[in-house]
Design a protein around this ligand. Structure first.
Ligand SMILES: Cc1ncc(COP(=O)(O)OP(=O)(O)O)c(N)n1
Ligand SMILES: Cc1ncsc1CCOP(=O)(O)O
Ligand SMILES: [Mg+2]
Length: 210
């Protein structure tokens, strides 16, 4: 099954992005989603080429946000698609069955749709307010996850759910108790002054090793 901790990369330049991705990889995160929004194609390609190399060195999973053709071009491990990005069916035709396709969900209906589209995992959120992403969907909170996962169990929908949006170390146990597969975080790792301790603590809580 997939890693329980996903780092969603941040940074306004290629250099900043690489610095932050190295910060995650060097301290124990081995699933990177490259998220480099509102940039020119050359900068995105330049970054993706470098991240592909560094993820290979670290034996980390390399997911690219939004850009299906870049996943194909660079042979990345997969793509993450939101509700307003390329349709999952179209992405699957381009990428084939071996690539990972993740999809965003904010409601149970979204979960049903993503499942019907045969996504490999779902990023369900936002858990709480965050400034990392603009135009947030309605905030779910812990009760929101509880209700959606309860509905999934009633309908026997079994697809890995990753919580995302404003997640901190203190939220992990409560989220995991609701039956999610893992978490996707951005600012928490990017801004950490002790990423080694943070990622160790996150992994301990996610894998139940404490
Ligand atoms: C794991 C994960 N979950 C959700 C998202 C959000 O994707 P999307 O809705 O397409 O928004 P952008 O990230 O493209 O702004 C994600 N990236 N990863
Ligand atoms: C990409 C994305 N999608 C929903 S919230 C979010 C940003 C998550 O970043 P952070 O962990 O810093 O809140
Ligand atoms: Mg997107």
């Amino acid at each position: 099954m997939y890693n329980k901790l996903h780092y969603i990369s941040q940074g306004n330049t290629v250099e900043e992005q690489l610095h932050n991705i190295h910060k995650a990889l060097d301290n124990g995160c081995d699933w990177i989603q490259m998220r480099f929004k509102n940039q020119n194609a050359l900068a995105v390609f330049t970054l993706a080429e470098a991240v592909k190399i560094v993820c290979k060195e670290y034996l980390a999973t390399f997911i690219i946000n939004d850009n299906v053709h870049l996943v194909k071009q660079l042979d990345a491990d997969g793509v993450h698609l939101g509700l307003s990005d390329m349709k999952v069916e179209e992405a699957r035709l381009i990428l084939g069955k071996t690539k990972i396709i993740g999809g965003t969900a904010n409601t149970f209906e979204d979960v049903r749709q993503r499942t019907a589209e045969n996504c490999d995992y779902i990023g369900l959120g936002p858990f709480q307010f965050t400034t990392t992403k603009q135009n947030l969907s309605p905030i779910l909170g812990l009760e929101g996850y509880r209700l959606i996962i309860q509905q999934m169990k009633m309908k026997n929908i079994q697809i890995p759910i990753y919580a995302i949006g404003g997640i901190t170390l203190e939220n992990v146990e409560d989220l995991m108790e609701n039956g999610i597969q893992g978490i996707a975080v951005s600012g928490l790792i990017t801004q950490s002054e002790n990423p080694s301790q943070l990622i160790t603590q996150l992994n301990d809580k996610l894998y139940g090793t404490i």
